[in-house]
Design a protein. Structure first.
Length: 171
């Protein structure tokens, strides 16, 4: 049985790679290009902006903050972008980013989870930084799912529940 630190890192990698990314990819498949950049109002983000934001955040917090690569994030651009990329380009960007995130996490020594890093000017442990990224991804994946449901009017069918109440994932 793996130690708690290794299990935490492995579970984080799995959520990012095998739960959130497939749901986002499925949502993009359900929508046309206009839907990707639709905003209900000026205070809200489009799916395109959310994907750029997820990639920027994950790269900054994991690849840079945990993995030690250069910080190349332009956070304002993530939210200012509008119809600058196709959904295929956005998905490729997110996949590429998560590949880099996964590679950094594959090298992460569980013994370093309590070490501190400065990310966005904040002192955080490596554990807190990774927890932040997974939680952040969950939040924005939920927003992307909700916007997709708003735009399509359809149940996306991510889960099936049988007569006994047992749940099956469908992605």
């Amino acid at each position: 049985m793996p130690d708690t630190g290794s299990a935490f890192i492995d579970a984080s990698r799995t959520y990012l790679r095998e739960e959130y990314l497939p749901k986002i990819a499925y949502c993009l498949d359900q929508l046309d290009e206009d839907d990707i950049w639709w905003r209900p109002n000026d205070a809200s983000n489009s799916i395109g902006n959310l994907i750029l934001h997820l990639a920027g955040n994950a790269r900054q917090w994991v690849v840079h903050g945990i993995g030690g690569a250069s910080d190349v994030r332009d956070r304002a651009r993530e939210f200012d972008a509008g119809e600058t990329q196709t959904k295929a380009e956005l998905l490729q960007h997110l996949r590429s980013t998560l590949k880099s995130v996964d590679a950094a996490l594959a090298l992460l020594n569980p013994d370093t989870l309590h070490e501190t890093r400065t990310i966005q000017g904040l002192e955080r442990t490596v554990l807190e930084a990774l927890y932040h990224v997974v939680e952040h991804f969950a939040t924005h994946t939920g927003q992307i799912v909700y916007i997709t449901k708003l735009r399509t009017g359809a149940d996306l069918g991510f889960y099936s529940v049988d007569e006994d109440g047992d749940v099956t994932t469908n992605w």
